[in-house]
Write a protein of this length. Structure first.
Length: 234
């Protein structure tokens, strides 16, 4: 079983990095996290109370850290996403990518991983130039019930990807939910009805083509920054 000493996760959020390491059976001694969202940090500390929070990535210095075995992160994507304004590195959030590059140089970890959204090739090429390695495009539908296209830069070797994964929205619904159900009490998601067969059954966020769900027997669309809760309709 793989054992790491020190791990640092930039833009850690609710610490999905720790979830992934645990599910993969990878042990680690200390986990350092950098994030500024107080709600995400609260979730992290509830689930992983031993997490060492470092605050803003701008304040993290490699010289202050022990030897790092794994550096990972998903830098903000708003400047790259096709759903945004395409500001590229002119978006101050996406410019934080360079903090990942800085800490990669300062920490010199044995392993590293950067994740971001599918983007224009010219944007992708800039990231590739700075990291010195070609990216790998992976759609999370190969592992889950969600259509989520992402790009990864890493020096970690891995096996071939699965050819397909047949899990659907229906597979991840709460067991007590039958015909109708609702996601997010703030109405970010409208009612889904699995009796409707020939038209959309709901959408996530705004009612645009990319956000629509047509069947619980297919994959879910991807929408960031959405608080999701499944509950019975009354």
């Amino acid at each position: 079983m793989t054992k790491l000493r020190n791990v640092i996760s930039l833009f850690d959020g609710m610490s999905c990095g720790q979830i992934a390491l645990n599910r993969a059976g990878i042990l680690y001694s200390k986990y350092y996290a950098s994030d500024i969202d107080k709600h995400a940090i609260k979730v992290t500390q509830h689930n992983y109370p031993d997490t060492i929070q470092l605050g803003s990535v701008l304040d993290v210095k490699g010289a202050d850290l022990p030897k790092i075995d794994l550096l990972m992160g998903g830098s903000p994507c708003q400047g790259f996403s096709f759903a945004g304004k395409q500001l590229n590195f002119d978006d101050p959030r996406s410019k934080l990518f360079f903090e990942f590059v800085r800490l990669l140089k300062e920490c010199k970890p044995k392993y590293w991983l950067l994740e971001n959204v599918k983007m224009k090739k010219e944007y992708e090429a800039i990231i590739t130039e700075h990291l010195g390695i070609e990216p790998i495009a992976i759609n999370s539908e190969l592992f889950s019930a969600q259509d989520r296209k992402r790009v990864y830069w890493t020096n970690i070797k891995f096996s071939a990807l699965p050819i397909e994964n047949n899990s659907t929205v229906e597979d991840i619904l709460e067991s007590e939910v039958n015909i109708k159900y609702c996601v997010d009490p703030k109405k970010s998601v409208v009612i889904l009805d699995n009796e409707v067969k020939k038209r959309k059954i709901g959408y996530i966020g705004s009612d645009s083509q990319g956000n629509r769900i047509y069947s619980i027997h297919g994959k879910s669309v991807c929408k960031k920054n959405l608080s999701v809760k499944v509950e019975m309709l009354v």
